[in-house]
Design a protein around this ligand. Structure first.
Ligand SMILES: NC(=O)c1ccc[n+]([C@@H]2O[C@H](COP(=O)([O-])OP(=O)(O)OC[C@H]3O[C@@H](n4cnc5c(N)ncnc54)[C@H](O)[C@@H]3O)[C@@H](O)[C@H]2O)c1
Length: 262
């Protein structure tokens, strides 16, 4: 954790303890690295602690402090145990990024109850359980930052009735947290990424019988800035929402999509 004074001319930096879920890879890994570079101790949480080793090693190689934590965010007792471990090993968490996610795409007539429950379970129930466990530390500290991962799919996307419902739900969840927790110095904001090049979409490309490169090239043509997003594009937005300077920004949904959405 960094307690050293911020360099002249830069905003005040205070090392906090952060938890990033789904941080073994992709957007979560980039966000964990970015928050660590911002001076926070970061709990790198994913289904299996062993899978977090790469992210933890990258943070440590950059001079940061990180801890691998294994937990299924949809499992209440696992979440409570994970947060207790973070409190013990890194200190009370006051930054939470609810990033863990899965896809179970299917057209509605083929979508199973399992597809529906799994997606709603990880994204919505997971964010609920993690937030419930962390908010008490934020309230106690009188300071907190919650960032929830929504998606442009919240606006509707063919084959994603479950995911779209979950990601739209994340926006309502975020706004309600902002209203309930604001008086305790806690902000809550959502990031709604567009097309970000991660393994999650590698699996989508395979299902569409496209190589990942073909898939990226096709997507880039539809994006105003002419490229697909990278995990670091999302991490930069999360870094802002988690900063001291963002204390008057709450209940917002930021589309990070290389062009206008919503
Ligand atoms: N990649 C995109 O284009 C994109 C766009 C919009 C939103 N998002 C959202 O951003 C987030 C991260 O996406 P990504 O592309 O990095 O995905 P990813 O599949 O690369 O990474 C997701 C991580 O979440 C973990 N995870 C899954 N279920 C979990 C559970 N129950 N408990 C704990 N961890 C779990 C996975 O193990 C994995 O490490 C997700 O919420 C996703 O919906 C991604």
């Amino acid at each position: 954790m960094t307690d050293s004074p911020a360099p002249a001319g830069s905003p005040a930096r205070t090392g906090r303890t952060a938890i990033v879920s789904g941080a073994a890879r992709g957007i979560g890994a980039a966000t964990a690295r970015r928050l660590a570079a911002d001076g926070h101790a970061v709990a790198v949480l994913d289904l299996d602690a062993a899978h977090c080793a790469e992210t933890v090693a990258a943070i440590e190689a950059d001079g940061g402090r990180a801890l691998a934590v294994g937990a299924d965010v949809a499992d209440a007792s696992a979440v409570d145990a994970a947060v207790a471990t973070v409190v013990e090993r890194l200190g009370a968490p006051t930054i939470l990024v609810n990033n863990a996610g899965i896809l179970r795409d299917n057209l509605i007539f083929k979508m199973t109850e399992g597809d529906w429950d799994a997606v709603l379970g990880v994204h919505l129930r997971g964010a609920f359980l993690m937030t419930r466990a962390v908010q008490k530390h934020q309230v106690e500290a009188g300071w907190g930052r919650i960032v929830n991962l929504s998606s442009t799919s919240a606006l509707g996307n063919r084959g994603q009735a479950n995911y779209s419902a979950a990601k739209a739900g994340m926006q309502g969840f975020t706004k309600t947290l902002a209203i309930e927790l604001g008086r305790f110095g806690v902000t809550a904001n959502a990031i709604a990424p567009g097309f970000i090049a991660t393994d999650m979409l590698r699996e989508t490309a395979e299902r569409m019988h496209l190589t990942f490169e073909e898939f990226l090239e096709g997507a880039a043509k539809e994006i105003p800035v002419g490229r697909v997003g990278q995990p670091e594009d999302v991490a930069a937005a999360a870094s802002f929402f988690c900063s001291e300077a963002a204390s008057f920004v709450s209940g917002q949904v930021l589309y990070v999509a290389g062009g206008p959405k919503a």
